[in-house]
Write a protein that binds this ligand. Structure first.
Ligand code: DX5
Ligand code: ZN
Length: 225
């Protein structure tokens, strides 16, 4: 089955003095999602932004907000992120301990938002096999989570291929998102390997945003969107 390919610019790389303008710019030029990275200084070493910024972004745009929670025990915050305006909430398999992933997924579903599961580069797919039928999206990290601007990890291609065949053979219907180190040069290859939601921070927000987004769209046109 052909899936539509979506660009999800990560605002972690945006200029926060001009956030509203830059979000409008990515949307106007064809980005369908906005990737919103939440970091708590615990699950990952860095901290980013949280609920008040999300509420402001939500009030200012109707773009689909793809919220990537890099926080420990994300169950604590599902209701608040849903209320603040996330359209999709993605949690890390590695971050759910006290409340197991199944219950966290159920919690996200209860809010009516789309549900994503993410795994770190060193986590094998076998750990999330029991959850594949419960998710709208699986997010494969192609860098160690925590910082933008890192180098894409090459072993991601085989992981994406493996996940795509697990989906097709198992009759599942989730999107496959890839996050970290995606550039205009490797976007085509991650799509070929099976990804259809493409996160990019630095390669969208650094330099000429309009040109960058349009170039991504051109790459996507060769497939489908
Ligand atoms: C990393 C974040 C990414 C990051 C991607 O932990 O999850 O979404 O913003 O940034 P680039 O595209 O610069 O690697
Ligand atoms: Zn992310």
């Amino acid at each position: 089955m052909k899936r539509s390919i979506k660009l999800a610019p990560s605002i972690l790389a945006a200029d926060f003095m001009n956030l509203g303008t830059q979000i409008r710019e990515v949307k106007e030029n064809g980005a369908q999602y906005l990737h919103y990275d939440v970091m708590d200084g615990m699950f990952v070493p860095s901290m980013s932004f949280g609920l008040p910024v999300l509420a402001s972004v939500r009030a200012g745009t109707d773009i689909f907000i793809d919220c990537h929670l890099m926080i420990v025990e994300p169950d604590r915050y599902i209701d608040e992120f849903a209320k603040a305006g996330a359209d999709s909430i993605t949690v890390h398999f590695e971050a759910c301990n006290e409340v197991g992933l199944t219950d966290v997924i159920r919690h996200i579903r209860k809010t009516g938002k789309r549900c994503g599961i993410s795994i770190n580069p060193e986590t094998p797919l076998v750990h999330i096999l029991p959850y594949l039928g419960m998710a709208d999206m699986i997010l494969i990290m192609s860098v160690k989570p925590g910082f933008g601007g890192q180098q894409f990890i090459e072993s991601t291609y085989s992981k994406l291929r493996e996940l795509a065949s697990l989906r097709d053979e198992g009759g599942f219907d989730f999107d496959i998102e890839v996050d970290g180190g995606i550039t205009l040069d490797n976007a085509g290859q991650v799509i070929e390997a099976g990804a259809n939601v493409i996160v990019s921070g630095s390669s969208v927000f650094h330099g000429d945003i309009e040109r960058n987004v349009k170039e991504f769209m051109k790459r996507f046109d060769a497939y489908m969107r």
